[in-house]
Design a protein around this ligand. Structure first.
Ligand code: MG
Length: 249
């Protein structure tokens, strides 16, 4: 069931979303070669707690981290670890949410550490563009399929592929609500978009094959061919006037 929010609900939810965006930006500033993903996660945890909120992901389904931190060929759900050291030339996806005043925010960004390959640079640029195009399609009267179609078309036109097994979602009092928001699909298909819907759009775009595998740790998702994957996400509200990004600093 899709939970439609009132302008008042969205106003309240903006606080969680703004903090989610702030901690994501902070994490990007702290990110450095030589640091473990555990250290980065600890900074993220401390930041969220210091702002009176709770990390949305911590203990969600048993997840042991405040953020999902995924390196290079890891698509999503990387578990912060002392053994995982960030190196120059890596791309690092940080996915983080904050819960405060009864609402969640959720967003992700893939950062380049030092100098990355031209192909990695292109992947980051195109995935970010996919997110923007997906958001632009999230207008009242359009359907969920219009979002996925916008993302998929742009990714594939640039020679990349779209992960199918993991998708965006509605968000509000729960981290994951209806509807499902795939990053692929047909125009004009799926649930109709209405003012008051709040959704997280999160393209996961691969350099090579779209096939992925889940590691034995039960969380970490990697590309099957070992090539790079990028992930960008915003939480947005659909309004009468169009989409509004809530996860903004
Ligand atoms: Mg999400």
């Amino acid at each position: 069931m899709i939970i439609v929010k009132s302008p008042d609900d969205i106003e309240k939810m903006s606080k969680a979303c703004k903090l989610s965006a702030q901690v994501l930006q902070y994490a990007g500033e702290q990110l450095n070669a030589g640091m473990s993903t555990y250290e980065l996660d600890k900074l993220i945890y401390d930041y969220i707690i210091a702002h009176g909120a709770k990390p949305s992901f911590l203990n969600y389904g048993g997840f042991k981290g405040s953020a999902c931190i995924s390196l290079n060929d890891e698509v999503i759900h990387g578990i912060p670890s002392k053994k995982k050291i960030i190196r120059s030339g890596d791309i690092v996806s940080i996915d983080v949410g904050a819960f405060i005043d009864g609402y969640h925010g959720d967003n992700a960004y893939t950062y380049a550490v030092g100098q990355v390959s031209p192909s990695a640079e292109k992947l980051l640029r195109v995935t970010k563009e996919c997110l923007s195009l997906g958001i632009a399609a999230a207008r009242p009267g359009n359907r969920i399929g219009d979002i996925g179609n916008a993302v998929q078309t742009h990714a594939e036109q640039n020679g990349f592929s779209v992960v199918r097994e993991f998708i965006g979602h509605g968000i509000g009092k729960d981290l994951h609500e209806d509807p499902e928001v795939p990053n692929y699909g047909a125009k004009g298909r799926g649930p109709r978009l209405m003012p008051g819907m709040t959704i997280a759009i999160e393209p996961m775009i691969n350099e090579g094959t779209c096939s992925v595998k889940v590691l034995p740790d039960g969380w970490t998702v990697k590309t099957k061919d070992g090539l790079l994957s990028a992930h960008f996400e915003n939480t947005i509200a659909i309004t009468q006037d169009g989409p509004v990004i809530l996860t903004t600093v």
